[in-house]
Design a protein around this ligand. Structure first.
Ligand code: PHE
Length: 343
């Protein structure tokens, strides 16, 4: 009996090898698989059924032979299954170039801030930082904006709930105060960072924006030092052909104060329809002035001995001018089509 079974298994093996050769599709694969492995009437199952008719000594050998056959059938069918799936949806073509792994890049604001910082670092300035949540004293009072001062109302300010004297700083100038309170001249710092004003977002306003502040205090500092510094800075950043215009301005913490414009680097005043300067030929870029003696006094610096200048500008505005960006909100929309152009 066992010999008969052995022969049958050998025959089945030969048939199976022939069947393997004709498999061209997964449909045929399934048919053949059913034919051999189906639980109900597959060839392997039929062999199993015969075991019960064998003698007790032959049963183990029969079981072993049938199982070896079954394992071999499974193995071969799996190989064919893999070969058929290759070239379909599971295909991996190792000769294709790899997918790009997206790599982040610095945000345009960081790029511009770093460029500005580098210009001042070369001029020997130190970078300092201050908190974004400030006291009213540092943000206004120490900067010569007493309570009730019109400039204090002009800046619509975010207050911290429950604290009448703690605010989100409206400019980076309080960093001047913090630094001067702890250092005697010579002082030569810039402080980049965020500022907050309760502005409705539009093409030129966002409630959060960035500024960079500069402060220099020493013996014998006068307005020409301010002019020379800003000229060097602006030409390094916008190009040597750009010229500067100082207009009288007003800030409570500087006296005299000046607003600074640069000549339009795109049309230089020649295009009445210029999209950058709107035909005026000039672009306003920063506020500046000689530090008010009272501000020095507030920080225990003797205004009889020392004088200084300060300036402040919006980093978004500088970036918009340099890169021809028409809407400040683009910096914060996180639209990759915008961000990818600069990194
Ligand atoms: N802090 C001023 C502003 O936010 C800018 C400024 C800084 C002006 C320093 C003069 C000196 O508008």
């Amino acid at each position: 009996m066992i010999n008969e079974l052995k022969k049958e298994i050998e025959k089945a093996k030969t048939c199976f090898l022939e069947d393997l050769n004709i498999i061209q599709s997964s449909k045929e694969l399934i048919q053949i698989k059913d034919n051999y492995l189906s639980r109900k009437k597959g060839i392997v199952t039929e062999f199993m059924k015969q075991i019960k008719n064998l003698s007790a000594e032959d049963k183990p050998l029969a079981g072993k032979l049938i199982n070896e056959f079954k394992v071999e059938v499974e193995k071969q069918l799996n190989l064919i299954h893999d070969r058929l799936s290759y070239g379909k949806k599971n295909e991996i073509d190792y000769s294709l170039p790899a997918f790009d792994i997206p790599v982040g890049s610095p945000h345009l604001l960081s790029i511009v801030r770093t460029a500005l910082e580098n210009i001042f670092l070369e001029m020997g300035y130190e970078i300092t930082h201050g908190p974004e949540v400030e006291t009213e004293y540092n943000n206004f009072t120490a900067l010569n904006m007493q309570e009730g001062h019109p400039a204090r109302n002009e800046q619509d300010t975010f207050f911290i709930k429950g604290y009448s004297d703690i605010i989100l700083r409206t400019h980076t100038s309080p960093v001047q105060i913090r630094y001067m309170e702890n250092h005697q001249p010579p002082i030569k710092i810039i402080s980049p960072g965020k500022a907050f004003r309760k502005d409705e977002p539009d093409a030129t306003h966002t409630p959060v924006f960035s500024q960079i502040e500069g402060l220099l205090v020493d013996k014998g500092i006068h307005f020409s030092h301010l002019k020379g510094t800003l000229e060097l800075f602006i030409k390094s950043f916008f190009g040597q052909n750009v010229s500067l215009r100082f207009r009288p301005g007003y800030f409570p913490f500087t006296e005299p104060s000046a607003e600074v414009d640069i000549s339009c680097y795109l049309c230089n005043g020649s295009n009445p329809e210029c999209r950058i300067c709107k035909g005026t030929g000039w672009l306003e870029i920063l506020g500046s002035g000689m530090v008010h003696p009272r501000v020095l006094e507030n920080c225990n610096i003797d205004p009889e001995k020392y004088s200084g200048f300060a300036f402040g500008m919006g980093i978004e505005r500088i970036a918009m001018l340099k890169y021809g960006i028409s809407d400040i909100r683009m910096f914060y929309d996180n639209d990759l089509r915008f961000l990818k152009q600069f990194g």
